[in-house]
Design a protein around this ligand. Structure first.
Ligand code: ZN
Length: 413
């Protein structure tokens, strides 16, 4: 049952398969990530200086937990940062000076002493989603054209372990011609990306766009008209399925896109490549893991916190004012000082909401460990039971959970 997909840059060992779900290890640059797993979105550089852990409000507090800074008073919570997603486009959010921009890119993230406790896999996306409408990075005293070369330079300077080509994501109302044109533009970038990244130390994921089998299959057809299939097979290590952000709350659409993408991968003979799903809501994670997605990135832990929501489980969140903190044994909720802050006793919003975001992330990471445990069981029963336990009382999710159990886990016994 075990399968391995090995390239120069990556080993992907699948050691358990149950239904369509799979679990294993993704090994890049000697770092091992258990899959399926979550890359939480994290802005390592967010306008500030080293003294403020490079800033970022709630992002800053999350980084303080990651490194165990005095301000949060916990040990480094590195175990929850075995992976992180950082966006090239996040650098455009902070109106940087050129000097600061250059300072950020001077040293790779994991070579900075400040981030020493962090050794997780860094995935840097291309910002394609953001640069679609404006292809410039606006600093306070400089502007820069964002093209394949600049994006690659940034990804490499950050010391990323996984990167993607600069893509042209599709939108739900794009017509057929427009989608084909975007696939051609993405293909143009791929030529350049593969030549720029020849000496890159890390894994290259190919971005794939489409909402269903025929769209994804056609995307690959257009791509391979422009770039020989052999070059794509040789050059890339994994697949990143994108363009799903506008559909992230539409569970049915997500299920179709991910299960169809797995089918296309099987038909193209690359089913053993790792599949990452870009930009999803964490509530979709169990469904996508059951469909055979290996990794995903999400900012739900942050968004929930910013909206005043504390997660009791991956599925259930409650307003902070109603929380019984004693229910949680995570290092955040075990600290009287941090509980006091979460109750609103702090001067800055980031000190109230940052610990909530960290707690939310811990809940998600623990839930993923449980999903992996179920996949590693001998048959589909454990995962089906897990779905039953988590979704049977959840009116909005139940229907989709049943669909996934029936289509991907062999149905109920
Ligand atoms: Zn907690």
């Amino acid at each position: 049952m075990a399968q391995t997909h090995s390239t120069q840059s990556l080993d992907f060992d699948i050691d358990s398969i149950t239904g369509d779900a799979r679990a294993g290890q993704l090994i890049i640059n000697d770092q091992t990530l258990e899959t399926p797993n979550l890359f939480p979105v994290l802005n390592f550089y967010a306008g500030g200086t080293q003294r403020s852990v490079y800033g970022g409000g709630v992002h800053r507090t999350i980084k303080e937990f990651m490194i165990g800074a005095d301000r949060v008073g916990t040990d480094p919570l590195s175990e929850y940062f075995d992976a992180a997603m950082t966006s090239v486009s996040s650098l455009t959010d902070y109106n940087l000076t050129r000097e600061r921009y250059e300072d950020y890119l001077e040293t790779p993230i994991k070579e900075r002493e400040l981030f020493e406790p962090f050794s997780g896999l860094v995935f840097a996306d291309s910002g394609g989603f953001k640069f679609l409408n404006s292809d410039e990075m606006d600093g306070s005293d400089f502007e820069m054209e964002m093209n394949q070369e600049t994006v690659f330079d940034i990804q490499q300077s950050l010391g990323s372990d996984i990167i993607v080509n600069l893509d042209h994501p599709i939108a739900p109302d794009d017509g057929h011609e427009e989608r084909v044109e975007k696939a051609r533009q993405t293909a143009d970038n791929i030529h350049e990306f593969l030549s720029l990244s020849r000496d890159f130390e890390g894994a290259l994921y190919l971005t794939v766009h489409g909402y269903n089998y025929s769209m994804i299959d056609e995307f690959l057809d257009v791509l391979t008209d422009e770039v020989p299939e052999g070059v794509i097979r040789e050059g890339f290590d994994g697949i990143a399925l994108g363009s799903l952000v506008p559909k992230k709350d539409n569970r049915g659409a997500l299920i179709t896109a991910v299960s169809d993408c797995r089918e296309v991968m099987a038909d193209w003979g690359i089913s053993d490549w790792p599949l990452h799903v870009l930009g999803i809501s964490s509530r979709a994670i169990p469904l996508l893991a059951a469909l055979g997605a290996d990794t995903f990135d999400s900012s739900t832990h942050l968004h929930n916190a910013i909206n005043g929501k504390y997660n009791y489980s991956m599925m259930e969140s409650v307003p902070i004012d109603d929380v019984d903190f004693s229910r949680c044994d995570c290092p955040v909720c075990q600290s009287d000082e941090l509980v006091d802050r979460m109750k609103g006793n702090a001067e800055y919003q980031k000190d109230i909401l940052g610990p909530v975001a960290m707690h939310n992330l811990i809940i998600q990471k623990r839930e993923l460990a449980e999903i992996r445990r179920c996949i590693h069981e001998e048959d589909t029963n454990a995962l089906v039971d897990y779905f039953e336990d988590r979704f049977s009382r959840d009116k909005t999710m139940r229907r989709y959970a049943h669909q996934v159990v029936n289509e991907s886990l062999g149905g109920y016994f």
